[in-house]
Design a protein around this ligand. Structure first.
Ligand code: KDG
Ligand code: MG
Length: 403
């Protein structure tokens, strides 16, 4: 009854590419896992099809932990975004099956709801300060309690976070990486001005966030954090690349602005020093890129010991399947902080019917058994894969930089 009899990868591009794993057991119950790694979708699809699925068929779907350990330890080559995204897809699909079999929403299986809803932040963006503030006002009118502010930078043609479509940000805009130009000195003065204008227009009863997207040195990030302190930001996100976790010590020494990092992490080991030394306030690592619920749960527990709360990544490239699973996790996890919520397009939502709903600034995962997200395979088949890459940045003198 619980034997895995089928597992398939479904690739679909309803506006952007998504990779979904569907696992079916002998009793006919199936579970879905997101396996989307933006710009590297086919690598994960191949990893699953060529290396994981042949070892999955015939296993007992109830043994989530053993299956997780098999694919983590059994690969010998541990960690890395491709491996951990593939493992996450398996793990989430198996939790979905387990919760469906128990006839429970996933959050009940995890330990039950700890709150009535999951506070989310929206991504207000514009080509300049005025446009960004106007967008932020719209988010406030929609009921958002937290808004991330991202504005174009004078003198730079395009910047991370600024979108043509405003509500639906999609940076993977071409088959091969688009080249953008970056200048830290042009960028730095724009952010405090943006926050000053936002506080003046939106007031103080809304949380304001900003994503640096890994483009500052620790010292620069410390300076920006200090400049933003008068505006009480909720957080400064991905202020500096975190491969060298000790870099966050420098930022901490210079500012009390709360720090969030980790959307590119795929393992607890990427965050160990950050958590052990309490160098951050929010951990952004989410279900799809870090080994699924079974592993992110460990990260959240280590975070809890160190007064760090969760603030999961939730951009459009994380499919509704990941969003559904993340929301169940968020509703349960004791040290929840906030959840990113970039809305998917209507095309995407139609391919992935889901039980989660937005109301007054919160998302709720719904009470359907499992994680509450399905896939309309016939519709998905109408949107074939389209190669798409994330952009790269070069400095004004041509040096390749962080995007
Ligand atoms: O695929 C990369 C995007 O998810 C990322 O650039 C978005 O930084 C991001 C965010 O915080 O949503
Ligand atoms: Mg980010």
């Amino acid at each position: 009854m619980h034997t895995i009899v089928d597992a398939r990868v479904i690739i679909s591009c309803p506006g952007r590419n998504f990779v979904t794993l569907k696992i079916t057991t002998k009793s006919g119950v199936y579970g879905l896992g997101d396996a989307t790694l933006n710009g590297r979708e086919l690598a994960v699809a191949s990893y699953l099809t060529d290396h994981v699925i042949p070892c999955l068929i015939g296993r007992d779907a109830r043994q989530i932990e053993d299956i997780w350990q098999f694919f983590y330890r059994g690969a010998y080559w541990r960690r890395g975004p491709v491996t951990m995204t593939a493992i996450a897809a398996v793990d989430v699909a198996l939790w979905d099956i387990k919760a469906k079999n128990a006839n429970m929403p996933l959050y009940d299986l995890l330990g039950g709801a700890s709150r009535t809803g999951v506070m989310v932040y929206g991504h207000a963006n514009g080509n300049d300060l005025d446009e960004t503030i106007a967008q932020a006002k719209k988010y406030k009118e929609m009921g958002y309690k937290a808004i991330r502010l991202q504005s174009g930078v004078p003198g730079l043609a395009s910047t991370y976070g600024v979108s043509k479509d405003k509500l639906y940000y999609e940076p993977a805009d071409a088959a091969k990486p688009t080249e953008n130009v970056w200048s830290t000195s042009r960028y730095m003065p724009t952010v405090p001005k943006l926050f000053a204008a936002a506080r003046e227009t939106l007031g103080w009863d809304v949380h304001l966030l900003h994503d640096v997207h890994h483009r500052l040195t620790p010292l620069e990030a410390g300076r920006l954090g200090k400049d933003l302190e008068p505006f009480r930001p909720f957080w400064l996100e991905d202020a500096t690349p975190a491969e060298n976790q000790a870099g966050f010590r420098t930022i901490r020494q210079h500012t009390t602005t709360p720090l969030a990092v980790g959307e590119v992490f795929n393992s607890v080991w990427d965050a160990k020093q950050l958590l052990d030394e309490q160098l951050i306030d929010y951990i952004r690592t989410t279900i799809v890129h870090a080994g699924g619920i079974s592993h992110v749960r460990r990260i959240a527990h280590l975070a809890e010991l160190n007064n760090v709360r969760t603030g999961f990544h939730g951009a459009t490239d994380l499919s509704p399947v990941c969003m559904g699973a993340a929301l169940h996790f968020d509703l349960w996890v004791p040290n929840f902080g906030i959840q990113e919520y970039m809305r998917h397009t209507d095309e995407t939502d139609a391919v992935f019917p889901h039980a989660y709903t937005f109301s007054k600034g919160d998302l709720h995962p719904g009470t359907a058994p499992g994680h509450g997200v399905d896939i309309d395979e016939a519709l998905a088949a109408k949107y074939p894969y389209r190669p798409a890459s994330l952009p790269v940045n070069r400095l004004e003198d041509g040096t390749l930089f962080n995007w």
